[in-house]
Design a binder for this molecule. Structure first.
Ligand code: ADP
Ligand code: MG
Length: 596
């Protein structure tokens, strides 16, 4: 908790310094601070997009430009208030980001960065060629902002507005990252399958993030236009985009404050270079690009986590980078609503003739079985028998080559994984999919994603308090169930692998599942821990949760399950009670010589 108090102290000191700065600084320094504030909004979006979400954009300056030109054009030609210009600018920026995002975000790999370069180039070209936007000479005499009787016409008067907006934007993003949509955003790097397993759509999460980052750039563009009262194409070209990216990297993609520190570093460096470089050569402008490229390379080599990463190492802050543990205040909200469990004994899962081929390999070959409500069914077989693939087919993680799957009376064949998850099927993975830099609590809270509603706006404005408390309580309850509640605020990456598997079970349980699908949950656990896990699973069965489990430890699984399905070379060998399976010669032959 001491760390948190320190954070508030540092934040308070920063606010005080910023509030007093214009009283002691000269005009030049105040304008520089204005530029830093405006740029930090763009960098903040990039810390979100690139640092948190893992998507690189080389086109952020284009969004700044769209907003700047939008408000410049509207206020000049229509003579309306700059505040209407803000609305117009944000609408246009948001719509542009939505369109670009929808075109590019489904494409994987390097497509996004490449297409943002193309996009950045073309927008700057566009500004330079439209008559109504003043072509290359741009537009000048843009109206200043005014707040009632105050006209914010010079650097000193607009200063406080800029930094107020920066403060609000920081608060918004801070809140956002500690919320339901924020946890989904922070999980993007874990891959689409992880998100789908909790009922979230990675594409939509990424699109929302892209638009949010663009809107922050749009806000900056609007401020830019009315602070400088002049727009021209060059501040919005690809070179500018790279500078914004450099700010985010220099400050540290690992934390929101990196955006502020990074834009300050780069802006001051840029200013310094503009003074020094012309003394070295007449082509100072070009040298600036070289100096920045060199800085970029140095950063990537020696200080990947940027200035704030360095500070974090010095202060050894032990908490999740984006989410200092916030214990919601007292007052007991209604718990999250639970789904009605099916009557025990009714059929909830039915797999009929499931086939999955990988090229010539038939990993699952015509397998059929059923699962009834309230039982634990074990799926066993030697390594490579096709068990994990079978789980991927059942949960919708992989499409079937042939066959059908029904879940809760619904044909879910070909249904996207996230929809199957939302119906009440929660899973864990043989190869653990946790977010190592998120706390245990946040990892489990992600599991409750589809049980809550709040989006970016409600989360950023902190209108999600009740829901967050419900999610928090639910996550804590599941952590208690698996005996990890006292470590709720530690990072998931600090757990041993075996315990990480157990944590995945808690995440699955946070979704309030009807059917829990567990792929080797006991692997890597010690005897005592296995016993505890067995107890938890038996208790879940008593509560009416149905479980389908792959497990290699025969003693463990025999004591636990009601029925076993045995697979070998992709086919179903037999299905019977544990004792009968243990005695079966075919099973012993299948396991003979294989490592289990
Ligand atoms: P198990 O979980 O029973 O050990 P798996 O389902 O992981 O077995 O694998 C079954 C077979 O399918 C193996 O031969 C494996 O190499 C193959 N396999 C699994 N996933 C893939 C994939 N994505 N691409 C190609 N082959 C795969
Ligand atoms: Mg497996």
């Amino acid at each position: 908790m001491n760390g948190r108090r320190n954070h508030w102290f540092v934040a308070g000191a920063a606010v005080a310094v910023l509030a007093l700065a214009p009283l002691v600084l000269g005009n030049f320094a105040v304008s520089l601070l204005n530029d830093i504030g405006i740029a930090s909004l763009v960098a903040l979006g990039l810390v979100l997009l690139t640092g948190v979400g893992g998507a690189t954009s080389f086109g952020q300056a284009a969004f700044v430009g769209i907003a700047a030109y939008a408000t410049a054009w509207l206020t000049k030609t229509q003579g309306v208030s700059p505040w209407l210009g803000l609305l117009f600018a944000l609408l246009l920026t948001g719509a542009a980001a939505l369109a670009i995002g929808m075109l590019t975000l489904r494409l994987g790999g390097h497509f996004l960065p490449l297409s943002t370069i193309a996009w950045g180039l073309s927008i700057a070209l566009l500004f330079g060629n439209i008559e109504a936007l003043g072509r290359h000479s741009g537009m000048s005499n843009i109206a200043p902002l005014s707040l009632g009787p105050w006209v914010l016409a010079d650097a000193r008067s607009i200063y406080y507005l800029i930094w107020l907006i920066v403060g609000l934007a920081c608060g918004f993003t801070f809140n956002l990252l500690r919320s339901r949509p924020g946890r989904a955003i922070r999980s993007l790097r874990g891959g689409a399958t992880l998100l789908a397993s909790v009922g979230a759509d990675a594409y939509r999460v990424r699109l929302t993030l892209f638009v949010t980052a663009a809107l922050l750039a749009g806000l900056a563009g609007w401020l830019y236009a009315h602070a400088n009262r002049f727009v021209s194409p060059s501040p919005f070209d690809v070179r500018a985009s790279i500078e914004y990216l450099l700010m985010a990297v220099a400050g540290g993609l690992g934390q929101l404050t990196g955006a502020l520190v990074g834009s300050a570093l780069v802006m001051m460096l840029k200013n310094g270079l503009q003074d020094v470089l012309p003394l070295l050569s007449q082509r100072g402008g070009q040298l600036e690009g070289v100096a920045f490229a060199a800085l970029f390379i140095l950063l990537l080599h020696f200080a990947r986590s940027g200035a704030m990463g360095f500070v974090a190492r010095l202060t050894r802050s032990a908490h999740g980078r984006f989410a200092p543990p916030g214990t919601p205040r007292a007052g007991v909200p209604q718990p999250l609503t639970r789904r009605a469990l099916p009557t025990p004994g009714s059929e909830i899962l039915s797999v009929a003739g499931a086939v999955r081929r990988f090229g010539g390999l038939v990993a699952v070959n015509d397998v059929s079985f059923n699962v009834q409500a309230g039982e634990i069914v074990g799926l066993i077989g030697p390594n490579g028998a096709g068990k994990s693939t079978m789980f991927n087919l059942v949960t919708g993680t992989l499409p079937l080559t042939a066959g059908r799957v029904r879940f809760l009376g619904q044909d879910v064949t070909g249904m996207p994984q996230r929809q199957v998850a939302r119906l009440g099927m929660a899973r864990t993975f043989q190869h653990v999919k946790l977010r190592p830099n998120m706390t245990l609590l946040d990892n489990v809270a992600l599991g409750a994603h589809s049980r809550a509603r709040s989006g970016v706006l409600t989360a950023g404005l902190r209108l999600n308090r009740v829901e967050e408390r419900q999610i928090h309580d639910e996550a804590l309850r599941q952590l208690e169930r698996i005996g990890l509640a006292d470590r709720a605020d530690e990072l998931a990456g600090s757990l041993p692998l075996g315990t990480q598997r157990i944590l995945e079970i808690a995440r699955a349980l946070a979704a309030d599942p009807v059917l829990l699908v567990l792929d080797e949950p006991a692997a890597g656990l010690r005897r005592k821990e296995k016993q505890a896990l067995g107890d938890v699973l038996r208790k879940l069965r008593e509560e009416g949760v149905t479980i389908l489990i792959v497990e290699h430890d025969m003693d463990f699984v025999m004591k636990l399950v009601n029925r076993l399905v045995v697979m070998n070379f992709g086919s179903k060998l037999l299905e019977d009670l544990p004792a009968a399976v243990r005695a079966d010669e075919r099973v012993q032959a299948a396991y003979l010589g294989s490592v289990i």
